[in-house]
Design a protein around this ligand. Structure first.
Ligand code: DI6
Ligand code: FE
Length: 425
């Protein structure tokens, strides 16, 4: 184990080590190999399932995928997948995995009839997690996030997006993002970060939203970007959060820094966030229960992905369904994610999110799988993930099931046989 920028890393050829009592694991990069006898769901446009297929991987990338192995790979070591289903590793494209504290008390309040917005307006909700996150050290944030990350990894997740947004001051926003980056060095998983300084107005700026954006949010974004901590910029456009005009100001700075933008929009009401996001070429809009047909059309034209978060819909006892038929009709790609966060979606199972997307939102199991692979990659702006195709990262999941539908079908059951990632391939 060695220290780099105050983060503990494992030398390349070591499989595990311990850091302050936490086990740190990475796979050892191995030689080129061919995975044979797999039922491959490529998620590549137009490609069918390959019944007895093979995948050649080398240097962490997929070199070839198909039914009949070309002679070039004849001498490569082989591993028989035993006829199992092989898919791209799953991608959780929307999480708040790094945070302090718990909101179990708020869960009980909601069960007794309190509404999410009421709790937020009474100083609970996001702001209570802000207090706990500010009180946590970087090591605390890493230690509490690791079991959540491990739960996702155990279900075949190879890429996870992690947001800031529970710091809402310069120091804590940076600390959250550093913790997120550290997690990516401690496990064989690709971490993509989003800066979410425009998540809520912290108590010390209450009633002064615009001043908070100018004085705290935008300087923190610039500092985090300068430190290489930001892959995209997110915001929360809602009655209890920020208006489209305020979000537009944050997005303008993001664009100036060359960063992609995305937005929590139309979750609890229709505020105009989806149209704004489409106009600004956002990579995704997330939640979107209150999105309209016109929003769907704008998203389709902009190529923006709609990220469905059924865990939050379920947890908040929501009844308004995202306009899935309009998304289908206009050709808006739909992703599915956990929204793992301590308040509105305390969920660390992407397979459960797929099941909920099917049962609650009526996605087909195939759409649910596309939502956690090819469309999730697109929601993160990643061209080399979410598909089993030559040139993509060798991030793969091998399952003890026969059909893709079985991944969404069982509840609370994990059929993962093996996860392979670019780092280990
Ligand atoms: N929408 C969400 O689902 C999370 N943030 C947001 O803007 C939840 C935030 C929380 O309740 O802690
Ligand atoms: Fe969220």
């Amino acid at each position: 184990m060695y220290r780099h920028n105050d983060v503990y890393c494992i030398p390349k050829n070591h499989a595990s080590a311990t850091y302050k009592g936490l086990k740190v694991t990475r796979s050892i990069p191995s030689a080129p190999q061919v995975l044979t006898n797999a039922r491959i769901v490529t998620m590549d446009a137009g490609a069918e399932m390959i019944d007895r297929g093979a995948v050649a991987i080398s240097g962490g990338r997929i070199e070839w995928v198909g039914a009949t192995l070309p002679a070039d790979y004849a001498g490569w070591p082989r591993q028989d997948m035993g006829g199992r289903l092989l898919t791209p590793a799953l991608i959780d494209c929307h999480t708040h995995l790094v945070h302090g504290g718990s909101r179990a008390a708020e869960f009980e309040m909601r069960l007794n009839g309190a509404r999410y917005e009421e709790i937020a307006r009474a100083g609970g909700g996001i702001v209570s997690t802000v207090r706990a996150t500010r009180a946590a050290t970087e090591a605390d944030l890493i230690a509490t996030a690791l079991p959540r990350l491990d739960a996702l990894i155990a279900e075949g997740v190879g890429t996870v997006e992690i947001k800031s947004g529970y710091g809402l001051d310069m120091e804590t926003e940076l600390r959250m993002l550093r913790a997120a980056r550290a997690l990516g060095r401690m496990r064989d998983v690709r971490v993509i970060t989003s800066f979410l300084g425009a998540h809520a107005t912290p108590p010390e700026w209450l009633g002064r939203d615009d001043a908070y954006i100018d004085t705290v949010c935008l300087p923190a974004l610039r500092a985090a970007h300068a430190e290489g901590l930001v892959d995209a910029v997110d915001g929360f456009c809602e009655g209890i959060a920020f208006s489209p005009e305020q979000i537009a100001r944050v997005f303008a700075v993001a664009k100036g820094l060359g960063l992609p933008v995305k937005l929590h929009a139309e979750q609890l009401s229709h505020c105009g966030g989806a149209i704004l996001a489409a106009q600004m070429g956002a990579i995704s809009v997330d939640h979107v229960e209150y999105a309209t047909d016109a929003d769907a059309l704008a998203l389709a034209r902009a190529g923006t992905v709609a990220v469905l978060l059924p865990g939050a819909f379920y947890t908040l006892h929501e009844t308004r369904m995202p306009p899935v038929d309009a998304f289908r009709a206009h050709g808006v790609p739909m992703a599915v994610a956990t929204d793992c966060n301590p308040g509105s979606s305390p969920m660390t199972s992407l397979l459960l999110a797929m099941n909920m997307a099917a049962t609650l939102f009526r996605l087909t199991p195939q759409e649910a799988l596309a939502g956690t692979t090819v469309h999730a990659a697109r929601a993160l702006g990643l061209a080399d993930a979410g598909r089993v195709a030559a040139g993509c990262r060798a991030d793969l999941a091998v399952w003890d099931v026969e059909t893709p539908a079985e991944l969404s079908y069982r509840i609370g059951f994990n059929p993962l046989h093996r996860r392979i990632t670019g780092a280990s391939a």
